[in-house]
Design a protein around this ligand. Sequence first.
Ligand code: PGA
Length: 237
Amino acid sequence: MELYVLRSKEEIGLEVARRIVERVKENPNIVLGLATGSTPLPTYKAIVKYSLSENVSYKNVTTFNLDEYVGLDENNNQSYRFFMNDNLFKYLDFGTTSHHFPSLENISSYDEEIEKYGGIDIQILGIGSNGHIAFNEPFTDIKEKTHVVKLSENTIKDNSRFFNSIDEVPTKAITMGLETILKSKEIILIATGKNKSVAVKKMLEGTYDPSCPASSLNLAKCKVHIYIDDECYEGMK
Ligand code: PGA
């Protein structure tokens, strides 16, 4: 694991975007694993900025998203498909069949589909305040592939800020499993803000603790880059 402490979430966005755009230039057929939530927004904004100013094409890039709520379709502005279109896809020249999201229909073939494309070259991750990655909540089996999860109270509460009320937050989601994520060829996890400090500290202890799913990244065979901001770092002291 390699840790980078930068001043702000905007600075992290620029740095991670630079890394990703360079990789897309090197390999126009790259397979990207994408995350939603507030954390990757500065990164997506900077990817769009760099890509448009440097004429980088995404025509042959394939994307696999980490997760999706059960029961929200792509027209619902809280669905992750909507989020990705709104914040990244619509600005770039992706092909119409470039994007993959886990769903109740493809749940048993999602991991195979990723393999069919040669695996995920770079996986972007956020982290929950309880240490979850994607929707893999504490004590998820590390051998899980893409599966349905019942969201924890903690996650429903955290995510309720995006909805009109906590009752509107779906209680179930479909997520890549820890095994799916750990198969990626490179992982970039971003954590910004003080409310992530406890989870990040646990993850950086260097061993796998099932109470903090992000700590499973200590078992990854690939390069894992952890980007945190000053606020997150200060909270770890
Ligand atoms: P956030 O969520 O980016 O909205 O903080 C991160 C996560 O739950 O993985």
